[in-house]
Every structure is written in C-alpha cells, then in structure tokens.
Design a protein around this ligand. Sequence first.
Ligand SMILES: NC(=O)c1ccc[n+]([C@@H]2O[C@H](COP(=O)([O-])OP(=O)(O)OC[C@H]3O[C@@H](n4cnc5c(N)ncnc54)[C@H](OP(=O)(O)O)[C@@H]3O)[C@@H](O)[C@H]2O)c1
Length: 210
Amino acid sequence: MTIDGRIASRTGYSRLSCDEDFDLQHELRAWSDIVIVGSNTVLVDDPKLTVRRVPGKSPLRGVVDSRLKVPPSAKLFSIPGGVLVTTEDHDDARLEPYIEVGVTVIRAGKGVVDLVKAWKLLYEELGVSKVMVEGGGHLNYALLDKGLVDEVWVTVSPFVFGAGVSVFDGEGFDGLERKASFRLKGLKVLCGSWVNLRYEVLTPRLPLDI
Ligand SMILES: NC(=O)c1ccc[n+]([C@@H]2O[C@H](COP(=O)([O-])OP(=O)(O)OC[C@H]3O[C@@H](n4cnc5c(N)ncnc54)[C@H](OP(=O)(O)O)[C@@H]3O)[C@@H](O)[C@H]2O)c1
C-alpha cells in the first residue's frame, strides 16, 4: 500500500511493489496452501497467482466471487489448481463452464459468499489450512471484520495516491465499541525505501474451534 493506505489509485493503477517485495510475495505464496483474491482484483488485474520468482510449488489459486463475474478464462484458472468460491445460488448448469476447465467450486452462503463457512469448506474439502489473501481492499476488510485473519503483512511503498482503494475498504470500525487492533511481530526495510510490516491480529478474532 501507499503511505496513505491505498492499494490502487483512483484510476486503478496498483503497481506498488519493488523487486524485494515481489520476492517476499512469492515466498509467501510458496508457503501457503491457497492464494485467494476478490472478484474485482481478478477483473482489474487478471493475476496468475503462481510462484515464479523463488523456488517452490505454486499453491491452489482462488477467487471469492458471489455473482460469477469472473470468467472461466481468467488466468488464475488457466492451470490446474483453480478454485471458485461462490454462493449456493448457482445451479450446476451455471457452474459447468468452470468445471469444464478444471476449476474446483466451493459453495457457501446465499446472496454473498459466507466467508466463515467457505473457509471451513476449504479445510474440509481441500485440506487447506494456510490461506494467503492478496486483496483487494473489500475482501481484506470483510475477512478482518469476520475475525478470520491471523496476520497482516503489509508493505508500505514510498508513494501517496490521496484517493483510491483502501487496503481495508468497508463499512468501518468505530474504534471505540469495535476496533481492529494489532501487535507488531516484525519489520523489514526493502529496496531502501519500502517497509514490510508484519502484524498479529488481536481483534476481531474468531475462536480457533469454530
Ligand atoms: N496493490 C496491491 O497490492 C493490490 C492487491 C490486490 C488488489 N489491488 C487492487 O485493488 C482493487 C480491487 O479491490 P476491491 O476492494 O475493489 O475489490 P476486491 O476486494 O478484489 O473484490 C471485492 C469483491 O469480492 C466479492 N465478494 C464476494 N464475497 C464477498 C464477501 N463475503 N465480502 C467481500 N467481498 C466479497 C464482491 O463482489 P461480488 O459480490 O460480486 O462477488 C466484492 O465486490 C483493484 O484496483 C486492484 O488492482 C491492489
């Protein structure tokens, strides 16, 4: 994100990482069982979400998409290991084009994806226990709000956008009755002017036995 907490400018520009930050991103991908992004991120950036810059295996690659806005031709579905996380609203015929290209479908909730249920199904049906989420701001916020985030790794890049998508974009915590709070676990300067911060989430946090 930029110094003012934006992950995309008002015109959609979002290339903020330096080389060492990209390396860290790919190390984290290699560590995880699945990398997940929100539907808007796929529509805007069409990322592959594979591991390319460091040694290691590419994880599963998923998108949270309630309304099937992401087409089966999206790059994250182009090699085996694509996962579509959607709602229970769509019948088999609507999902067939995804299944035909080898995508695994997880259905959770009605109207909007029920993230708590979806995360449980990822574990139960695909054996996923390490999830890395790479945005965008709305999915980041929704997961934090539901208490599903253990750690936040954020790299502050030396830019300001002044407007655009916030790294956590949603209804907002009032900061008094309900706050999102963190403990700093580590920090690293990258490429001279970028700072990677690693936080443990203190609140909100779901109990582990859900
Ligand atoms: N700089 C960076 O590191 C970085 C990283 C990632 C993204 N980005 C940028 O961020 C922008 C996209 O971010 P964004 O915030 O607009 O979108 P997003 O978080 O990628 O996607 C949000 C969408 O996910 C879907 N979704 C499904 N279930 C959901 C749930 N339970 N809660 C929340 N969302 C749910 C919703 O659409 P449906 O209801 O239709 O399903 C929602 O509109 C792009 O410009 C991209 O370039 C930047």
